[in-house]
Design a protein around this ligand. Structure first.
Ligand code: ADP
Length: 609
């Protein structure tokens, strides 16, 4: 329940809507109660054989069911005497139409003001969860499946919508309805109403027991749905490989098996959920029958103090409680489902941020001296240590190359600098300031990334280059594209800089994609550059163009380059050889060759010198 309340806490912004919704609901309920309470006495007056008598003084009209009925009785009697019974009948009909019109008008108005409230909560939660996704550390998402997150943002929020509406009805509309009717009933016959009050909780208990398992089942359902979305997402992005390896049948089987589990769970949920309405109706009617039996017997013995018409009116009013009571139990069932979804959403909202900026974080305008890794140790989730006692100085303007076998910890090492992860122990400083003491935006502003896989978005060339940099001119974009050897192919695209590059840049070749990311890095103009095997996925022709662009990008910058092809880093100021998370060798190309160690071996394997 606390998770649902956490989601509903956004209601605070919709106080006016809540107030108006409540007000119009009360109006609607009062109108319907009055209209029903009026019918019996009027019919009694109308069909009585002797003429009714009119009291001398007209009663005062004030805001109570009693007074309203008394006032209408007076007016009605007057009509019977003055205008005749037929006119009185017309009067009843017209009154009923007017009262019901007003009741429904108020009901609509209540709903009208409810809409921005319920949709507003959904909008706010969606915004909150998306902001949280952006704020959460990268490590959070390596643990979670993408599809699961997507399901939480979409389907779980949809589940909550149903829950919210039901919750609001339960909180505001139905209790008022039930209490109003119970009030009228209590006024008409305390004895019968007491009887009902004893029987009703029993039915409530039965309905509640059946709804209990819904939350658990619903959570399981949403989890399976998350797995389905993950498979869809992975299939869409890996379609080429799936087709190339002929694993369509395997994927299909994987999908249909989870889909089938989901189907079974959904059946259970739906069946149980659908039970709420017939069950509560049946229970309601059973109670009506019990009241008929008990109350009818009393009326027949004339010991209830209620006329037969009065008894019928009582039963009609009581029958009006059945529908809100039914809504109550349906709402209860839906809320149980919604609770599972809100728990899933709140779990993301409450997830530990881990990488946080200090309250008094420092700002740096520019990088002026050196980056220092001082005794850095690191492990992912307290598993095996990936980096061990790394000591490394990178002076401004230097180009440092990281080489070593795959899995040595090269990517991990460079990920620590922009604080994608935090060191387990040791320190990383920029110009003597610990990166943990810096403002995150300041720190990341100083760093540019070009990775092996070009990260591009389904948008125009222009927006992919200007990514994150505000107020750039076309000329600046073109300059960056020219330096990145990208301008020529861009103007060849249909639409030029406004051309859409497709999902993850799928309309471009590998080299073109890479040159776009280089143009993006050139435009950002960072002081520190991290190149993570930027050319390893390319053919020789593209590599030449990209390499050339990279040289221009690296000019006058401090760069850390991860490279597989050692030919590209021979001129680096320092080459660091990393193996099993430790720095094994460091020095220039020449130094390391003469050392005759790991680097020398790697070089001879790649046939360069
Ligand atoms: P390299 O870039 O040198 O190939 P990485 O830095 O990618 O090496 O990986 C170093 C080690 O850390 C590997 O053993 C790898 O399995 C492990 N590793 C990388 N990323 C994660 C992660 N998100 N969670 C757990 N272990 C990881």
């Amino acid at each position: 329940m606390k998770h649902l309340l956490r989601v509903l806490s956004h209601s605070i912004h919709y106080k006016v809507n809540i107030g108006l919704n409540l007000l119009f609901n009360i109006f609607a309920i009062v109108f319907s109660a009055v209209s029903l309470a009026m019918v019996a006495p009027f019919l009694q007056l109308l069909f009585k054989s002797e003429m009714p008598e009119l009291s001398k003084q007209a009663p005062h009209l004030y805001f109570s069911v009693d007074s309203i009925i008394e006032y209408f009785e007076y007016t009605f009697t007057k009509i019977i005497i003055v205008e005749g019974r037929y006119s009185a009948l017309v009067f009843i009909c017209v009154t009923v139409i007017v009262v019901f019109f007003l009741k429904n008008l108020f009901r609509y108005l209540a709903m009208y003001f409810l809409a921005p409230w319920r949709n507003g909560i959904l909008r706010d939660v969606r915004n909150e969860i998306f902001a949280k996704i952006l704020a959460l550390p990268i490590s959070y998402f390596t643990e979670k499946r993408k599809g699961d997150i997507i399901t939480r943002v979409t389907s779980d929020i949809q589940e909550i919508e149903i829950s919210i509406v039901q919750f609001l009805e339960i909180i505001f509309r139905e209790p008022i309805t039930i209490l109003t009717y119970l009030g009228v009933m209590l006024y008409m016959s305390p004895q019968l109403t007491l009887f009902i009050l004893i029987v009703l909780p029993l039915t409530g208990y039965i309905i509640g027991t059946i709804g209990k398992t819904l939350k658990k089942q619903s959570k399981m359902g949403q989890e399976r749905l998350g797995e389905l979305v993950t498979i869809i997402e992975e299939t869409l992005s890996g379609l080429r490989i799936i087709k190339a390896f002929n694993v369509e049948a395997y994927r299909r089987h994987q999908f249909s098996s989870i889909n089938h589990t989901l189907f079974s769970i959904q059946n259970k949920i739906k069946r149980r959920q659908q039970l709420s309405s017939p069950l509560s109706e049946f229970m309601g009617i059973s109670v009506v029958a019990a009241v008929l039996w008990y109350g009818g017997g009393l009326v027949l013995n004339d010991s209830l103090g209620l006329s037969p018409e009065g008894f019928i009116t009582y039963i009609v009013i009581f029958s009006q409680i059945i529908s809100p009571a039914k809504a109550f139990s349906t709402a209860y069932y839906n809320i149980r489902k919604g609770m599972a979804s809100s728990e899933r959403i709140v779990n993301v909202l409450n997830a530990d941020l881990q990488i946080v900026e200090k309250d008094n974080a420092l700002t740096i305008d520019c990088f002026s001296s050196e980056i220092n890794f001082d005794g850095v140790n690191f492990s992912y989730n307290d598993q095996a240590q990936v980096l061990k006692g790394i000591n490394l100085k990178v002076k401004k303007g230097e180009c440092i190359a990281l080489v070593g076998p795959s899995g040595a910890g090269k990517t991990t090492l460079v990920d620590l600098l922009p604080r994608f992860y935090d060191v387990s122990s040791g320190n990383i400083t920029i110009d003597g300031i610990n990166v943990k003491d810096l403002k995150l935006t300041d720190l990341r502003d100083k760093i540019g990334f070009v990775s092996q896989q070009a990260i591009l978005f389904n948008d125009s060339v222009y927006n992919n280059i200007s990514f994150g940099v505000e107020g750039v001119s076309q000329a600046q974009i073109e300059r960056a594209a020219k330096l990145a050897n990208a301008h020529d192919f861009i103007i060849g695209l249909e639409g030029g800089y406004n051309a859409n590059i497709g999902d993850q840049g799928s309309k471009l070749s590998g080299g073109q994609k890479q040159r776009l990311t280089i143009a993006r890095a050139i435009l950002k103009n960072p002081a520190i550059l991290i190149l993570d095997e930027a050319t390893s996925a390319l053919d020789t022709e593209s590599e030449k163009l990209v390499q050339d662009a990279l040289i221009k990008l690296m000019k006058d910058r401090t760069s850390i380059v991860i490279a597989h092809r050692l030919s590209t880093i021979q001129h680096a100021d320092k080459i660091i050889v990393l193996k099993d998370g430790e720095i094994k060798e460091s020095g220039t190309h020449k130094d390391l060759l003469s050392l005759g160690g790991i680097y020398n071996n790697l070089v001879s394997l790649q046939n360069i010198n």
